[in-house]
Ligand binder design. Structure first.
Ligand code: GLC
Ligand code: CA
Length: 558
């Protein structure tokens, strides 16, 4: 694999609204991010992805952008952003912004112009169609519920397409003028010294045209957009053009939010000269999610299910490129609640999960608060929910016949707000997030789980994450952990998640995800124990006995 500057880096996702509020308005801000750079540097992360901070009406918390070349005053100013980029650079850290270009906000100037003159230049920036016999052009269901078609304001005879919320009209990527505008915005940011972008919902930019119906997959008579995406061909032309015009000239690091990619396309996406540097692995994220909705989905994975997912991705990617590995992001439940069953949840199993995903081949990303093991919120009422997707899924559950309690349980297990509660910095007021009233309720467990107490505890999850980042960067092991091959180890052994990484060194990563000890045979002589989430190690010549929830990294002779 040809070496790139970002291969050795470690990612960290910031959801600015919930990170740190420095002016008491209850909303996190860029100054808050700048203030915590020393903390992030100590943690050992160096690529910081910021969820959107552009001006936005905030129906989808910034994923509805009304101006691509500015900063929302809630978060600060363009000068703050420049300062953040510069301060990060001093610490050899890189800033990624979120590139949300499948759609913009309906309050964006382009859409406002389209409303004024649907037949003019900006009408063609969107998918606007005449209503025929009061029928929509197709029966796709938007990701946030309801049909993807909405009446164009002021034009009862016309409708526009939105695969997300109706306040997020889709941009017409078939129109070269749209693409040029998007590229111009990207280059404008790259010129400011960004490290690159995380690329939102990008797989949706290519629609299967002309619009047509698919068999309904729920009682609402609609069909998931995903069904259409399976048949949409030719996204590569757009992505290749964007990479060539915007990313390659700057040697940018880009990580795509790519779902539904076809297996033979992986090389085009993240191979050498791929459209993106990397893309997230969502195999375990998607596992157990039902087409019917959250109420019918699995609230957590068993160790065997989790292993199956991560190993499948690792084998599939091989040496083709660098995948990005996560256990959390702003759209998912907290990792410790989703990938560890309630019976198995304890300090050691949390470290085990951290270690297992972090040392896989690829770029590890940590989501804010994950490093201290922040947990899902136990929502007791829908009034505590802000997220549009959760509000929709609650209704989906009720319509499917769930009781209010069951619908709320489903919402709680999967709500995107689980990951969006304010970061728990300390045991003080509002978890040290804000002097004012936080925009979203703080998780009541902040007195037990917070950064301040874990910083001084050498046995904390935070300290363990620091050991992981240090190991991945250690001069003797870096080459192996970044470029070394991945191979499953004793894959059939139940509740054992084990793999090898072989390069300049031979590393064996072992995790015993059960409440009983288990014996594992060793491939050969053990040279050194590099990391252990417990004190003892029980190794004989040919075997190791792993204690309940023990996680261990060994350097072996072969
Ligand atoms: C992506 C984002 C999500 C957002 C959606 C629409 O999936 O991660 O938060 O709601 O795109 O932009
Ligand atoms: Ca603020």
């Amino acid at each position: 694999m040809k070496k790139k500057w970002w291969h050795e880096k470690i990612g960290y996702q910031i959801y600015p609204k919930s990170f740190l509020d420095t002016n008491g308005d209850g909303v996190g801000d860029l100054t808050g991010v700048i203030e915590k750079l020393p903390y992030l540097e100590q943690l050992g992360v160096d690529i910081l992805w910021l969820s959107p901070v552009y001006p936005s009406p905030m129906v989808d918390n910034g994923y509805d952008i009304s101006d691509y070349e500015n900063i929302d005053p809630r978060f600060g100013t363009l000068e703050d952003m420049d300062r953040l980029i510069a301060e990060a650079k001093k610490r050899e850290m890189y800033i990624l912004m979120d590139l949300v270009v499948n759609h913009c906000s309906d309050e964006h100037e382009w859409f406002q112009q389209a409303i004024k003159d649907p037949d003019g230049k900006y009408g063609n920036f969107f998918y606007i169609r005449d209503k025929k016999d009061d029928k929509a052009p197709c029966n796709w269901r938007s990701y946030f519920g309801g049909p993807v078609w909405e009446e164009l304001p002021g034009h009862p005879d016309k409708q526009y397409l939105h695969v997300f919320h109706k306040k997020q009209p889709d941009l017409n990527w078939e129109n070269p003028e749209v693409r040029e505008e998007v590229y111009k915005n990207i280059r404008w940011w790259m010129e400011k010294g960004l490290g690159g972008f995380r690329i939102d919902a990008i797989i949706n930019i290519k629609k299967k045209l002309p619009f047509s119906d698919y068999p309904a997959d729920r009682a609402d008579g609609l069909c998931s957009v995903g069904r259409m995406l399976e048949e949409a061909e030719g996204i590569g032309e757009f992505l290749g053009e964007m990479a060539e015009k915007c990313f390659h000239p700057y040697d940018a690091f880009t990580v795509g939010e790519v779902f539904n990619e076809k297996e033979d396309e992986i090389k085009d996406f993240i191979g050498e000269n791929g459209y993106f540097s990397s893309m997230f692995d969502f195999e375990e994220t998607c596992y157990g999610k039902s087409e019917d909705g959250w109420y019918a989905s699995k609230p957590y994975l068993t160790p065997e299910e989790y292993k199956k997912c991560i190993f499948h991705t690792q084998k599939k990617i091989g040496d083709t490129g660098m995948i990005s590995n996560i256990i959390e992001n702003h759209d998912e439940p907290r990792g410790v609640c989703h990938y560890i069953s309630p019976e198995d949840r304890c300090p050691d199993s949390r470290k085990l999960l951290a270690g297992v995903y972090f040392l896989l081949k690829g770029i590890p990303f940590i989501y804010q608060g994950q490093e201290i093991g922040m947990e899902n919120m136990e929502f007791t009422s829908m009034d505590q929910i802000d997220d549009i997707s959760t509000i929709d899924e609650y209704q989906v559950a009720l319509r499917a016949g769930c009781s209010e309690k069951e619908a709320l349980d489903a919402a709680s297990a999967f709500s995107r707000d689980n990951a969006r509660t304010p970061v728990q910095w300390s045991a003080e007021k509002n978890a040290g997030f804000s002097e004012g009233e936080p925009w979203l309720g703080v998780n009541p467990n902040y007195k037990e789980i917070n950064v301040k107490s874990q910083l001084t505890d050498s046995d904390s999850l935070l300290s363990f994450y620091k050991k992981l980042t240090a190991l991945r960067k250690a001069p003797e092991y870096k080459e192996t952990l970044v470029y070394g091959t991945f191979a499953p180890y004793q894959e059939e052994q139940k509740n054992l998640i084990a793999y090898t990484r072989n390069g300049e060194k031979n590393l064996l990563i072992l995790g015993n995800m059960q409440a009983q000890s288990q014996k594992v045979s060793l491939p050969g002589e053990v040279k050194e124990v590099l990391l252990n989430n417990q004190k003892a190690v029980e190794i004989t010549e040919k075997e190791i006995i792993l204690k309940p929830y023990q996680f261990i990294v060994l350097e072996t002779a072969v």
